[in-house]
Ligand binder design. Structure first.
Ligand SMILES: NC(=O)c1ccc[n+]([C@@H]2O[C@H](COP(=O)([O-])OP(=O)(O)OC[C@H]3O[C@@H](n4cnc5c(N)ncnc54)[C@H](OP(=O)(O)O)[C@@H]3O)[C@@H](O)[C@H]2O)c1
Length: 338
């Protein structure tokens, strides 16, 4: 077997949208840098709770207009789509603000802090007829399309097991968004969303979620091991942690072979495919992009989908993001996380 070629689009040939960046924090900086370096998309405006922070961000990245309120950003006629990069607790309120102003939205992961909140976003976007998507960039990476084709073509046979992890050592500062329940803190919403999303991508919506783990002193989930059971007996074994560095590897195993996504599976990497009675084959992402260099793939996916007249991306629908949050809701509830 030859590893199938990824069918991902050329990043520069996507129709160009005018983007408004809402909440110019850490990830917004990396996202705009990625969009500027690798795509033709235009960031035309930025909106912050502070006019000074908006102006500073605009100056750093050559953005035309800086707004001192989020309301002014979403009212900007020269913005087609709003990229929402605020803490988790703010995603729903701010997505609803942008949707009410008639804008398309790309919302940082996780789409919201619960499936119920995410459903509110979906209902509003569908009612308004605007495009909405969670910026789960991993779904749009070339290696993910290779895994997609291996599963769809049946090359791995009947799937039995998926493994994925994402653990990192977080600050102990109780006021940091990662530890603060009021800002949607915890490992599952911040990091665990990647392995849970990968498991849903490979196996679909699970029939049962089982979680064991521990909490931080602030009451959010610090670490957990998850088992997701599919109706046909396939399982996903996942872990996430704010207290241990783990490799961020992912793999899908079937009765005819397996595919291992090289660390870090959530960013551009590579795959090794091992089929029964064959030598393993390896594919390495040739783009030269490392880590967050590739954040722009979700912007390009959104731009293409919108140009095609879609309000959701077929490779990552709102229902997909809601189902991932259903699993996270269940895991957080079993852990007793705030
Ligand atoms: N895709 C990835 O690889 C990746 C990586 C890291 C983070 N993220 C996601 O990006 C989002 C933001 O994370 P971040 O690390 O960039 O956060 P951050 O640095 O704390 O920035 C968030 C920004 O949100 C604004 N904000 C609005 N309401 C706020 C509130 N109540 N408290 C604090 N800030 C508030 C602030 O900007 P203004 O006040 O200036 O408006 C702040 O700078 C999260 O959804 C996170 O999961 C994604």
């Amino acid at each position: 077997m030859t590893i199938p070629a990824p069918r991902t689009p050329d990043l520069r040939s996507a129709p160009v949208l005018r983007w408004g960046v809402l909440a110019p924090g850490g990830i917004a900086r990396d996202w705009v840098a990625s969009v500027a370096a690798s795509t033709g998309q235009r960031v035309t405006a930025v909106g912050s709770r502070s006019a000074d922070r908006a102006r500073a961000f605009a100056a750093d990245f050559g953005v035309e207009r800086a707004h001192g309120t989020y309301e002014d950003l979403v009212a900007d006629d020269d913005v087609d789509i709003v990229y929402i990069a605020a803490p988790h607790s703010e995603h729903t309120r701010l997505a609803l603000l942008a949707i009410a102003a008639g804008k398309h939205v790309l919302v940082e992961k996780p789409l919201a802090t619960s499936a119920a909140e995410a459903t509110e976003i979906a209902t509003a976007a569908r009612g308004a007829g605007v495009f909405a998507m969670e910026a789960m960039w991993t779904r749009f990476l070339p290696q993910t399309d290779i895994v997609r084709q291996l599963i769809e073509n049946g090359d791995l046979g009947r799937l039995g097991l998926v493994t994925a992890d994402f653990g990192s050592v977080a600050t102990a500062d109780p006021a940091h968004r990662i530890n603060d329940p009021a800002l949607g803190g915890g490992a599952l919403l911040d990091l665990g969303v990647y392995p849970v999303s990968f498991a849903h991508f490979a196996l679909g919506r699970p029939e049962r979620v089982t979680a064991r783990g521990s909490l931080t002193p602030t009451g959010v989930d610090a670490q957990s091991a998850l088992v997701l059971d599919a109706a046909d007996g396939a399982q996903a074994l996942l872990s996430t942690s704010l207290r241990a560095r783990t490799p961020s590897a992912a793999a899908v195993y079937g009765d005819a072979g397996s595919v291992a996504v090289h660390p870090s599976f959530w960013g551009p990497s590579g795959v090794t495919v091992s089929l029964a009675n064959r030598d393993p084959e390896t594919w390495i992402d040739p783009s030269g992009m490392v880590g967050r260099d590739a954040l722009c793939v979700s912007a390009v996916a959104a731009a293409i989908a919108i140009a095609e007249g879609r309000t959701e991306h077929p490779l990552h629908t709102l229902s997909d993001a809601i189902e991932v949050l259903e699993s996270i809701d269940e895991a957080r509830s079993q852990l007793g996380a705030s």
